[in-house]
Ligand binder design. Structure first.
Ligand code: HEM
Length: 143
């Protein structure tokens, strides 16, 4: 008798979450639409692949890898130095959507993650507006 998976981690396993995060940052690195958030990151994305996977393994219902290594799962502080508004959030989510496609995620998994992934990305957002770098330079005073 097979049981229905209750968590994304049960579907992906640790190897699958790591593959997702490898794809995520490879996509961020090459996708013109994600150039804005790529520029916020260091040149070498390998440490980020590992950290995001550590974080998502626990977040998806698996063992708390990030908490074991860093003693916290709070994402406010590591993101505080960066301007993360709706544009940056949506670029991040676009990379995640494409990474899920690239690893061949099932419709069930994509559906399971859709709302929670938006919520976690929106929780990392620390600005309500696009940065001046992404707003129209011809608009001098926007409301
Ligand atoms: C919403 C748009 C987001 C942007 C623009 C963004 C950007 C960044 C940047 C620039 C860093 C520092 C990278 C470096 O040191 O080179 C970082 C770190 C990190 N981000 Fe994000 N991030 C976003 C959302 C998220 C979300 C939703 C998660 C988790 C689900 C996440 C997980 C992490 C982790 C685990 C780190 C490493 C923290 C550490 O240093 O231990 N990020 N992020």
């Amino acid at each position: 008798m097979s049981t229905t998976p209750q968590t994304p981690f049960q579907i992906l396993g640790e190897v699958g979450v790591r593959a997702l995060c490898d794809s995520f940052y490879d996509i961020m690195d090459r996708l013109p639409e994600a150039a804005g958030i790529r520029a916020l990151h260091a040149k070498d994305l390998a440490p980020m692949k590992e950290k995001l996977a550590d974080y998502l393994i626990g977040w998806m219902g698996g063992p708390p890898r990030y908490a074991e290594k860093h003693g916290t799962v709070c994402m406010t502080e590591p993101h505080a130095p960066y301007h993360i508004g709706p544009v940056e959030r949506d670029q991040w989510l676009l990379c995640m959507d494409k990474a899920l496609q690239e690893i061949g995620a099932s419709d069930e998994l994509v559906h399971m993650l859709k709302v929670p992934m938006f919520r976690v990305a929106d929780a990392v957002r620390n600005k309500s507006r696009p940065s001046s770098a992404t707003t129209n330079p011809n608009i001098i005073a926007a409301g």
